[in-house]
Design a protein around this ligand. Structure first.
Ligand code: IMP
Length: 443
């Protein structure tokens, strides 16, 4: 049995809480794309864990795998693992030998290119973690993979080819001074040592084989998507995207199982009850038209804790966007959804959703394919009855019927429009603050 978890909006939908909740029934939790640009907060026994690379299941004694579709910064990885160990956990993390490694020059180039783009108004607002440059090198067939770290000769050979190119880029194209990120000897030394640790701790695996063996032995697998559909490099708002595929197809290419394996399982879209966005790009339902909108956005931002986990940046806020969700449900083939942060909208004077877009006089139910056209869309808003603040902990205990009627109407509209059932409703940040409806592992 597999369950794939996909962010259906712009990332930050609160996927970690659901992965953590249902991950209890998984034996293995596998990330299939992205790197330490992700940020998830997991609350376990009152303890808060902020992770950016280690799969959230590792907090619950699951095997955590970083698939071949991921890009891995070993410095971040070992700092997170060491931190978890200091807090009394013993995370079991495996890395695909085919996954690419984020090198110090990738981070440097990420930041340099963002600055260069600013002059042409093309800034993406990346997390600065070197994600894009690492995937560029993967596609350019000049990347360093986890498997290369295990063999010092191969590592040296690859670095001796690629580092002078990076140095020339930094110095000759951007006119800057290259630093220690381009010191081949220092890189060989540091990354050989990392390879030694990976070998010693038996962390590097052939991901496809590892998962096939574990599935044959009867293990349940959860595929944990990072980021969200609208920042998918193929299906998102290009160029304001990350460089990987957070949508469900990525779970196959990014781990080495077939698409039929993913498709025979459940694919659950995680939806936040409103919209938030870190970084640039259009957002038709953004709350920014007047002072009242801005006040509302500030309120939701504070109440929902809408500040980047990785960067601390305040997130932009908007109403739920249905054309976006229809697109997400189709691209990933959602079999169900979980709706988070319903409590954040409680007690507001108004609750709206962007039901459709208006573009050149036409009403559209899905998104245009280009970001420029998307930016021209005006939301067609639908107003809902508001619901009061209630004791959400009690609601989580009592179940779906205890959710205020107006909020149930909101959820049912969502489920009807996307034609999928709702498996869970998040009414607070902790795992216990979730209304359980169905566990996808039981289906
Ligand atoms: P990158 O992934 O650092 O290259 O950033 C590319 C875009 O994706 C930027 O707009 C980031 O803000 C956004 N992004 C990357 N990771 C996340 C995430 O985990 N949540 C939300 N946005 C993200």
């Amino acid at each position: 049995m597999t369950v794939t978890i996909v962010g259906s909006q712009l990332g930050d939908e609160g996927k970690g809480a659901l992965v953590d909740l249902w991950g209890g029934d998984a034996d293995i939790v596998v990330r299939y794309q992205g790197g330490d640009n992700a940020g998830h907060t997991v609350v376990e026994d009152g303890e808060e864990y902020k992770l950016s690379l280690v799969p959230s299941g590792a907090v619950r004694d699951k095997v955590g795998v970083l698939g071949n579709g991921c890009v891995i910064n070993p410095r971040t990885l070992f700092s997170e693992i060491d931190d978890l160990r200091e807090r009394g956990l013993d995370p079991d993390v495996r890395l695909a030998k085919r996954a690419h490694v984020i090198m110090p020059y990738h981070r440097r180039l990420d930041n340099i290119e963002e600055e260069a783009k600013a002059d042409s108004d093309l800034t993406v607002g990346t997390t600065g973690r070197g994600i894009g440059p690492t995937y560029e090198d993967k596609a350019g067939r000049r990347g360093i993979r986890v498997g290369d770290l295990l063999d010092p000769d191969v590592l040296r050979q690859r670095l001796e080819y690629v580092v002078p190119q990076k140095q020339a880029l930094i110095e000759d194209v951007y006119g800057l001074e290259a630093g220690e990120e381009c010191d081949v000897e220092a890189l060989v030394e540091e990354y050989t040592e990392i390879g030694r640790r990976l070998r010693e701790d038996d962390m590097a695996v052939n991901c496809g084989d590892f998962l096939a063996e574990r599935r044959e032995a009867g293990d349940n697998v959860m595929f944990e998507g990072a980021q969200g559909t609208l920042i998918d490099i193929d299906h998102g708002s290009y160029p304001y995207v990350t460089s990987s595929n957070p949508t469900a197809g990525g779970a196959a290419t990014g781990t080495g199982v077939g698409p039929t394996v993913v498709g025979q399982g459940e694919v659950v879209g995680i939806v936040k009850s409103y919209l938030s966005r870190v970084g640039e790009g259009p957002m038709p339902t953004e709350l920014k038209d007047d002072d009242r909108d801005e006040e509302l956005a500030d309120f939701i931002r504070e109440k929902g804790g809408e500040f980047g986990t990785v960067t601390g940046r305040p997130r932009r806020i908007g109403w739920l966007d249905m054309p976006m969700l229809r697109h997400a449900a189709r691209v990933s083939g959602f079999t169900g959804i979980a709706v988070n942060h319903l409590d954040v909208l409680a007690g507001l004077d108004e609750v709206k959703v962007g039901h459709a877009y208006e573009l050149e006089g036409d009403e559209r139910l899905t998104m245009p394919a280009t970001t420029e056209r998307w930016g021209e869309c005006e939301p067609v808003l639908k107003e809902f009855d508001t619901w009061p603040e209630v004791d959400w902990a009690a609601v989580a205990e009592e179940g779906y019927d205890a959710i205020p009627d107006a909020a149930q109407d909101y959820l049912e509209y969502l489920s009807d429009e996307l034609d999928v059932p709702i498996y869970a409703v998040g009414v607070g940040p902790g795992r216990e603050q979730t209304v359980h409806i169905e566990n996808p592992f039981d289906n």
